[in-house]
Write a protein that binds this ligand. Structure first.
Ligand SMILES: Nc1ncnc2c1ncn2[C@@H]1O[C@H](COP(=O)(O)OP(=O)(O)OP(=O)(O)O)[C@@H](O)[C@H]1O
Length: 775
């Protein structure tokens, strides 16, 4: 190191130490206040009932008591909130203490004579007087300089202005435990050295933050706050998920007085992914956003009434191509049901329904209709047709609730009620007795106790029987949506001229599935869509930003549906068309296909640089797909991918076990054996677990652990491993499986091994042989 560099390093280390002292002082102060607030809260809780006036004598007293309790509860919750905020701030301080900042820029604006030194960290730190910034939050407007510029002319935007000036210096740090372990002076945007340092590490079971090394093109995505629809088309490993997570943190900072983590929703590809990204935001001092898979949403909506297929089951069906009956018809059906043309057909059907009746279900008890479907249909038909279907449904609901009340009264004297009373439990009688005693004073004296009890018992029996009916009506269960959907399939055949060739067969199949209460994945969203058109679902107003990761796996229909669910929300879609493993085999449109998006309303970003894998792995994997030339590897080197040829796939287990041992010896902690299907994964797992401590990842697996994991490709989506072993590349033969093999191989950070039984897969044969070693 040169003398000047050494001096700089010394000076920076001194600053780090002085900052740590400041942090310690602050922490001490906050600790005291936090425990004061904590004791306040404890005291309030202890003396809660002493400090409220409790008096239930008169109506006025009751109201006063209520207000007094409310005030005391508000005081307590305010104290508790303050305390939890203080604890959060203390946690941030302790993170800052470990690593106060990661970057510095010296910026002289056009007004000042000297440059300001701007240090960037995960949170703001002010000096003791709360006047000067010792550390700027990476999301502050001025911090944009660090991500967007190299030394030289630069500017940043505040709420009202653009500040122009000169960046005189840009420095990056790696600080651990208060010690600077690396320091780089960077000319380019974010220096290669720093990235080399970060990307060379072992894979982790949890995603890491990238705030120190966000790239300029990623920063644009993170800080875009004007577009209502952002679409990120990024190659594998280009940082799409990372950009999404830092964008959530950015939005929570920028709009901190307007939105919270409760107002942001992320649709993720599988439950494992949820846990993979779960630590990013807490590491940045923020709370996690709402997170769900689309399938979780569907399951909640369908409840236990239906057997709902999930996308993984659909995938398994598609992968077993030739073995499945009706394979081609189903592919055609999936493709059509994914499209907006199919949605239009449903819209058209709903419009037609406006002039017709709906299919209703009778409401009954003891297999006896209390209100028959005919009566419901008659009431529905009596309503003015100019009222929208959902509004008419609401009117029917209100009418039914009134009718049910009336009918319930009429039932009190029925014989069945008398009979059921005889089978009541002892507790019910006791309850009836107590109630009749209580009411004795208020009631007229013409009743004997016995009559009064009897009346109460009848009411109870009827109420219990009618309760499910009231609930069903409130949930609009009196409409037979399943039958409506079946009718749609029948009628659709004459509604359009541009239907798929085998549409008739598809309709028969769909109807038969519905009869068996089985919902295939491609029918799930259309079913709910039609249901919402009829019932008029209330849209979600609390979610303000929706993120859809792995967006290539959503159909245009599903996306249109998501937009309908969150009409007031801004959207960020992130995906890679080359990893469209669901639409790969079916040829169905995905929302990421250029033509599927309305370019007018969206801001499109393309990320072509990839950070996950070594240059050697990227050079190999990009030849697996069409148009892969545009993928730009980051300059981090490692061994070439290795293709291990065997005579038969049954020889793979011993090979895989040897490879795992070798990889572990060279320090790799996170090794994945990636298979094509769940069945293949199971077989591989049985063999590998005999030698190595191994985990099988299945669709319900919630967390992923360090070590050896056996996993089907579609569950490895979005995740990365130090080393990947493709269990058997010879099973990827069809060009539709190109994306699947590409997705599997691009999970590798440092090493990639591909086993191949017999002749090389035609997909691999297309790759330049110089790019891999063959053993
Ligand atoms: N600017 C960056 N600085 C440091 N690491 C980065 C950066 N961008 C991406 N990475 C790293 O590259 C890897 C891939 O990132 P990420 O998973 O976000 O990519 P992706 O585009 O979502 O990938 P895929 O589509 O393959 O799932 C991660 O290890 C991430 O930490």
């Amino acid at each position: 190191m040169e003398e000047k560099q050494l001096q700089d390093l010394e000076m920076e280390q001194e600053r780090v130490e002085s900052i740590i002292k400041e942090i310690d002082k602050k922490a001490e102060k906050w600790n005291e206040s936090s425990s004061d607030v904590g004791s306040d809260a404890l005291e309030i809780r202890k003396t809660f009932w002493e400090d409220v006036t409790v008096n239930f004598d008169e109506a006025d007293d009751v109201a006063e008591t209520f207000t007094s309790i409310k005030q005391q509860a508000a005081l307590l919750s305010e104290r508790e909130r303050t305390q939890s905020q203080m604890i959060k701030q203390l946690q941030t301080l302790s993170r800052l203490r470990f690593s106060p900042y990661f970057g510095r820029v010296d910026f002289k604006d056009d007004v000042e004579d000297t440059a300001e030194q701007i240090y960037l960290g995960i949170a703001t730190l002010m000096d003791e007087q709360e006047e000067n910034f010792l550390i700027y939050d990476w999301r502050a407007p001025i911090s944009g300089l660090y991500y967007d510029y190299s030394p030289g002319p630069a500017n940043y935007k505040t709420e009202t202005d653009t500040i122009e000036g000169i960046m005189e210096l840009k420095r990056q740090f790696v600080i651990k435990g208060g010690k600077i372990t690396a320091m780089f002076e960077t000319g380019v945007t974010i220096g290669d050295e720093m990235l080399q340092e970060v990307l060379g590490n072992n894979a982790d079971t949890q995603m890491k933050t990238i705030v120190a090394t966000i790239q300029k093109e990623q920063n644009q995505i993170i800080r875009n706050d004007s577009s209502s629809l952002i679409v990120v088309q990024g190659v594998a490993g280009s940082g799409k998920t990372s950009a999404a997570m830092q964008r959530v943190a950015y939005l929570l900072y920028k709009y901190r007085n307007i939105i919270t983590s409760e107002n942001i929703m992320l649709f993720s590809p599988n439950p494992l992914f949820n846990s993979y990204v779960a630590t990013v935001l807490p590491e940045l001092g923020e709370e996690n956003m709402q997170q769900a898979t689309f399938q979780e949403y569907l399951s909640t909506r369908f409840g236990n009434e239906y057997d709902l297929e999930d996308p993984f089951e659909q995938m398994e069906f598609l992968l077993e191509a030739d073995k499945n009956e009706n394979y081609f018809e189903r592919i055609e059906s999936i493709r059509f049901k994914a499209s907006l043309a199919f949605k239009d057909l449903l819209d058209q059907y709903a419009e037609k329904l406006a002039g017709e009746t709906l299919v209703f279900k009778s409401l009954g008890i003891n297999k006896r209709a209390i209100i028959s479907k005919k009566e419901i249909a008659a009431y529905y038909a009596s309503l003015d047709q100019s009222i929208s279907i959902p509004n008419r449904v609401q009117l029917v609901k209100e009418w039914l609730l009134k009718e049910l009340k009336r009918k319930a009264k009429a039932e009190l004297s029925q014989e069945w009620v008398e009979k059921e009373i005889q089978f009541l439990e002892k507790e019910d009688y006791l309850e009836a007795f107590k109630t009749s005693q209580q009411k004795q004073g208020e009631a007229d004296d013409t009743y004997h106790d016995f009559d009064r009890e009897q009346k109460w018992l009848s009411e109870m029996v009827v109420k219990r029987r009618f309760k499910p009916l009231f609930n069903a009506v409130k949930k609009l269960k009196f409409i037979n949506i399943r039958a409506v959907f079946m009718d749609f399939f029948k009628e659709s055949q004459i509604m359009s001229e541009s239907l798929p060739k085998n549409w008739g067969t598809t309709c028969e199949q769909s109807i038969s599935n519905l009869e068996n209460r089985f919902i295939v994945y491609e029918d799930a969203t259309p079913f709910l869509y039609l249901q919402d058109l009829i019932e008029g679902r209330k849209s979600n107003t609390s979610i303000r930003h929706v993120f859809v990761d792995e967006a290539q796996d959503y159909t245009p229909f599903q996306f249109a549906y998501i937009k309908r669910l969150f009409p007031y929300s801004k959207m960020t879609l992130l995906g890679d068309i080359n990893q469209a493993i669901y639409s790969g085999p079916t040829g169905a449109q995905t929302i990421l296909a250029d033509s599927a998006l309305d370019s007018g309303e969206m801001e499109l970003y393309r990320l072509t640089k990839t950070y996950r894998s070594t240059k050697q792995i990227v050079e190999f994997t990009r030849q697996l797909i069409q148009g892969g030339e545009m993928i730009e590897p980051f300059n981090r080197t490692g061994p070439k991918p290795v293709i291990v040829q065997t005579c038969e796939s049954r020889d793979h287990i011993p090979k895989v076990n040897d490879l795992i041992s070798e990889l572990q010896r060279s320090g790799h902690k996170n090794i994945a054996v990636i298979c094509k299907t769940a069945k293949e994964s199971k077989a591989a797992f049985e063999g590998v677990k005999k030698v190595h401590d191994t985990r099988l990842i299945e669709k319900g697996t919630m967390t992923f652990e360090n070590g050896v994991n056996v996993v089907p490709t579609y569950l490895a989506k979005g995740i990365e491993f130090d080393a990947v072993i493709i269990y058997d590349s010879s099973v990827y033969t069809r060009t539709e499986e190109r994306k699947l093999l590409y997705t599997a191989c691009t999970r590798a950070m440092h090493e990639l091994y591909i086993l191949s039984a017999g002749e090389l897969s035609p997909l691999i044969k297309e790759v330049d042989p110089h790019l891999y070693s063959l053993i």
